[in-house]
Write a protein that binds this ligand. Structure first.
Ligand SMILES: *Cc1c(COP(=O)(O)O)cnc(C)c1O
Ligand SMILES: [Zn+2]
Length: 417
């Protein structure tokens, strides 16, 4: 069963017949990124609160009637989604806001939100009879694709820029992907993958291009809403690179709104690093998006030419949200703060949402009496080198109790001194 009605081009606005393997608009070419439109009236008869109440599927596939998939192979997949939404009381208090929730996407099988898109890609590739899937990525899209391809018996060919963090690169190799490390930046990497995918006829998991993938990412918003009893927070904060994630978050809330399951769409705060902030620059200057430097430790959002600008800008505009940038230094501090206050270890792009929330509170974009969800998009163990920058090295002592006592005393910890 599928309630997919048609595609609509985000550039020329034409309705286009839904075909499984269509990627972009036939009239606009590569820039013509497509949206999937659903028949909400028909979907409504099937998807209501009762449907969720009786579902025993605690993965992203519990939302299958709202997705462009045939769920035939879904039960054989690794468990993606239905990640915890924590009420972060300690952090909420220290920030002085009325309610704070953290969606922990680091517990997905390959430890990032990207599993939601890769899950769709692998299901589609299986449905359509492909043997090989491919993408270019700064890391997480790749490691998640390699992960789910391995589990479902597909081959993966992955193009990574040579700056990919070691944790992510190791994941790829462990999952048995054919890894092509490209001597260049993300732009060069993307270009080569595009040519190769055309040439070899592999299934394309490049997120902006493939209109099905944002539908996978939207399940994070469906979960946030359901976990809050269809009463989502005033704001949802998420870091932005290509823009597919924030577009997916918006699409999820949009669908629920169309179905009458929520009565407002949360305002979306899109956060970038000051070292790579094309969306923020365009937002502040009200000018078209311009290519930006890729100069941040948050590798997952180090994207100088975003591939999904229209959908991302629309998500912020239509939700009455905002874009803002935070420094890398602030990102590192947030990494330590989230870990030490809540026990959640995020990679730089994952904790960027927390830094963004602090910045938004400081400059009045978000008010203390508003409720907020931050999406922690990826696990900290993926990038041990940057985690090391966020902390001090531990003390080194001789194995003597006297030395320990001395150290504890100096530290001023009265209880143990
Ligand atoms: C990909 C990614 C993002 C940003 O998603 P885009 O679709 O590129 O905007 C944020 N955080 C993490 C951990 C990611 O892997
Ligand atoms: Zn078009």
């Amino acid at each position: 069963m599928s309630f997919v009605k048609q595609f609509r081009c985000t550039v020329c606005n034409q309705a286009i017949e839904y075909k499984e393997d269509t990627m972009t608009c036939p009239f606009c070419g590569e820039k013509g990124i497509l949206d999937i439109e659903y028949d909400y009236e028909a979907m409504k008869k099937f998807v209501d609160k009762n449907f969720f109440k009786h579902s025993d599927d605690f993965s992203m596939w519990r939302y299958y009637p709202m997705l462009p998939i045939d769920k035939k192979h879904a039960s054989q997949m690794l468990k993606i989604g239905w990640t915890p939404l924590y009420h972060a009381k300690r952090l909420e208090k220290s920030l002085g806001i009325s309610a704070l929730y953290i969606k922990d996407e680091g517990v997905n099988p390959s430890a990032s939100l990207k599993d939601r898109a890769s899950g769709i890609a692998v299901l589609k590739a299986l449905e359509l009879g492909y043997h090989t899937v491919s993408c270019s990525s700064t890391g997480n899209a790749a490691s998640s694709l390699a992960c789910h391809a391995a589990h479902m018996g597909l081959k993966s060919v992955i193009f990574v820029p040579k700056r990919a963090p070691i944790g992510k690169l190791n994941q790829l190799l462990i999952y048995g992907a054919n890894v092509i490390s490209v001597d260049g930046d993300y732009k060069d990497t993307f270009q080569l993958s595009k040519l190769a995918i055309e040439h070899y006829g592999w299934y394309n998991r490049n997120a902006a291009i493939n209109p099905n993938l944002v539908e996978g990412k939207k399940t994070v918003a469906l979960e946030i809403a359901e976990q809050l009893n269809f009463n989502p927070t005033d704001w949802v904060c998420v870091s932005v690179g290509d823009g597919c994630t924030i577009a997916g978050v918006y699409k999820g809330f949009y669908d629920l709104y169309q179905l009458g399951l929520i009565n407002k769409i949360p305002r979306l705060l899109g956060i970038q690093s000051t070292g790579c902030s094309p969306f923020v620059d365009a937002y502040i200057t009200s000018k078209p998006l311009k290519e930006a430097d890729e100069n941040t430790i948050a590798d997952s959002i180090s994207v100088g030419i975003p591939r999904n600008p229209i959908k991302a800008q629309r998500a912020v505009l239509e939700s009455n949200g905002a874009f803002l940038a935070v420094t890398d230094d602030h990102i590192l501090k947030s990494m330590k703060k989230l870990g030490s206050k809540e026990g959640i270890f995020g990679e730089p792009a994952g904790v960027t949402a927390l830094a963004g929330l602090e910045e938004a509170l400081k400059n009045g974009v978000i008010k203390p009496n508003e409720s907020v969800t931050i999406i922690m998009t990826g696990h900290g163990l993926k990038d041990p080198i940057n985690a090391q920058k966020a902390v001090k090295a531990p003390v080194l002592l001789k194995p003597k109790l006297e030395d320990l006592k001395q150290y504890m005393k100096e530290k001023g910890d009265k209880k143990h001194a």
